[in-house]
Design a protein around this ligand. Structure first.
Ligand code: HEC
Length: 130
């Protein structure tokens, strides 16, 4: 195998890897603005809940476990953890995601349709993790 062939193979493996990730990493600064859409129902303050639970530290947290939040519906008894891919799928269509996960109805009726906004807001949430 010539040097060029090896190089070309290497490149295509890299491209395949890069495009197989669930989504591109977002921009936390832009995500801060996107989070304005979530603020009607969520805070990023510890233990401060609105209609929805506080999202402080939600990336990597088990679903349905925000301390002191008592209004969980779809996330009651949830057995999954909010990694970035799960949040991405949830924000795309909360009802569909939760139904698939545990057959329950989520009380979050908001969808974030734009993929780049989802990636950005997830990056922002992650940056707020302690
Ligand atoms: C209209 C109100 C509303 C808006 C707007 C909203 N949410 Fe929610 N969200 C909720 C409610 C209510 C729940 C609890 C759902 C349940 O238990 O079924 C929730 C749950 C969540 C959870 C799971 C939390 C946990 O502790 O398991 C995440 C993550 C989340 N929302 C992210 C977002 C993001 C990010 C946005 C903005 C892009 C957003 N939400 C906008 C009401 C809202």
């Amino acid at each position: 195998m010539g040097y060029r062939t090896v190089l070309a193979l290497g490149m295509s493996a890299f491209v395949a890897l890069a495009s197989s990730s669930a989504f591109a990493a977002g921009d936390a600064a832009k995500g801060k603005k996107v989070f304005n859409k979530c603020k009607a129902c969520h805070t990023l303050q510890d233990g401060k809940h609105k209609v929805g639970p506080s999202l402080l530290g939600v990336v990597g947290r088990k679903a349905g476990t925000a301390k002191g939040y008592k209004k969980y519906k779809g996330m009651k008894g949830a057995d999954w953890t909010w990694d970035e891919a799960a949040i991405n799928e949830y924000l795309t269509d909360p009802k569909k995601f939760v139904k698939k996960k545990n057959g329950q109805r989520t009380s979050m009726v908001f969808k974030l349709k734009k993929a780049d906004q989802r990636a950005d807001v997830i990056a922002y949430l992650k940056s707020m993790n302690k």
